[in-house]
Design a protein around this ligand. Structure first.
Ligand code: SAH
Length: 381
């Protein structure tokens, strides 16, 4: 597969004429920075550089094709570019800023990557195989600041937002796990982090996912899952509501929600639902509400009735996710009977219900779990 590790280069020395010289030998005292990451704003970086080097704009198309369609791992593989151009590009840009800490595979075809970022942070991303679907689940932040009490991702708080390039890089890394007869078909932004808290970096990355000369995945097959941040939800609706939106409700009333989604102290369910409705007005597509089922907390028949009343007339799909146990957390997965009763009540109220299959359990495919296990073990050594 030839996945290169983190590439760091010596800081280029700035000369008086403003140009940069790269032939400065690295010494231990040299401060190290990343050379420009091509996956951050591919078009902007390439067009400026190609122009400055007297190269035609069509070169950018060739490079894109190698990266997104032909799954090239480095510039040397781009054989319709001259050897000189390939070397110059390799000296100017880095393609990969992450390294694979762990690659796990489950019997059901699920594969998960734990990636180390250039600054040492770790994130996860997952490839799920389901009949002809090839879905990738990507992260948008290192850690998470929302503090949902049942979720492994936020247990240590938020470290930082991912760059756009780091988000694209996850998609390309996962794409490169596919066989040559497989193609990515869906993206779910349900990995670590709150996507709508990093919308500025997420949107350019999703643009690369959906562009014909990017990964070519239709926007309808891209789902953003949010804890329900009203302002950015509005921004997404105003931008055309291109992507599917899944809203994590997890509770049928404010009191229960505050117990399990602390960010909900400042955000009311009514505001979240109003923004979800506004999104639906623009997109016209069925809304999805996610509901993590926690034994004894939000899984009673009363909770189901109240949830159905809350969602009322909406054309909504309720995606129920039975709690996926996280080491060290006191929550429990409801019994099969409790799950079935919850489902039946919602269906009797006319709601469309889907229980998320538990794929990749054996490899800790739920968000934040692999990172925690590995970092926890490392800390224990
Ligand atoms: N921040 C986004 C994405 C989170 S991951 C959001 O809140 O929607 C996608 C879904 O998985 C969310 O609904 C999240 O609450 C849920 N989830 C997180 N940890 C879980 C666990 N241990 N068991 C079941 N679902 C979980």
């Amino acid at each position: 597969m030839g996945l290169a590790g983190v590439e760091v280069r010596p800081t280029p020395q700035r000369l008086n004429d403003g140009t940069r010289r790269r032939s400065i030998p690295a010494s231990p005292a040299t401060p190290y920075i990343l050379v420009p990451h091509l996956l951050n704003y591919v078009d902007e970086l390439l067009s400026a550089w190609l122009k400055g080097h007297g190269q035609g704009a069509y070169r950018a198309k060739q490079i894109r094709h190698w990266l997104f369609a032909l799954r090239a791992d480095d510039f040397q593989q781009m054989t319709d570019l001259s050897q000189t151009l390939r070397s110059e590009l390799a000296a100017e840009f880095t393609l990969w800023t992450t390294s694979i800490v762990r690659h796990t595979q489950a019997d059901d075809g699920t594969e998960k990557l734990l990636l180390a970022l250039a600054d040492g942070g770790q994130i996860e991303c997952v490839l799920l195989r389901d009949e002809v679907r090839r879905t990738i689940c990507i992260s948008t932040q290192v850690g998470c600041g929302m503090g949902c009490v049942f979720c492994a991702s936020g247990l240590d708080g938020l470290e930082r937002n991912l760059t756009s390039g780091e988000i694209v890089e996850q998609m390309l890394r996962l794409q490169r796990l596919l066989g040559i007869d497989e193609r990515l078909s869906h993206v779910v932004v349900m990995g670590m982090g709150e996507p709508l808290a990093n919308l500025d970096n997420l949107l350019p990355a999703l643009e690369e996912a959906s562009r014909e000369d990017g990964l070519g995945i239709s926007a309808r097959r891209i789902t953003i899952s949010t804890v329900g941040l009203p302002k950015p939800m509005r921004r997404l609706a105003e931008a055309g509501a291109r992507y599917r939106l899944a809203v994590s409700l997890h509770a049928p009333n404010e009191e229960t929600r505050r117990r399990i989604v602390p960010v909900g102290e400042k955000i009311f369910l009514a505001d979240i639902l109003a923004e979800a409705d506004a999104y639906f007005e623009v997109s016209g597509r069925q809304l999805t509400f996610e509901y993590v089922l926690l034994a004894g907390i939000n899984d009673s028949p009363d909770d189901a009735h109240e949830l159905a009343r809350l969602l009322g007339h909406r054309t909504a799909l309720v995606n129920v996710i039975p709690f996926n146990p996280v080491a060290g957390l006191p929550y429990r997965t409801p019994s099969t009977t409790a799950q079935q009763t919850f489902r039946r009540i919602l269906e009797e109220h006319g709601l469309a219900v889907r229980f998320r299959h538990k794929k990749g359990d054996a490899i800790d495919a739920a968000c934040g779990q692999l990172r925690r296990r590995i970092q926890g073990n490392a800390a224990a050594v």
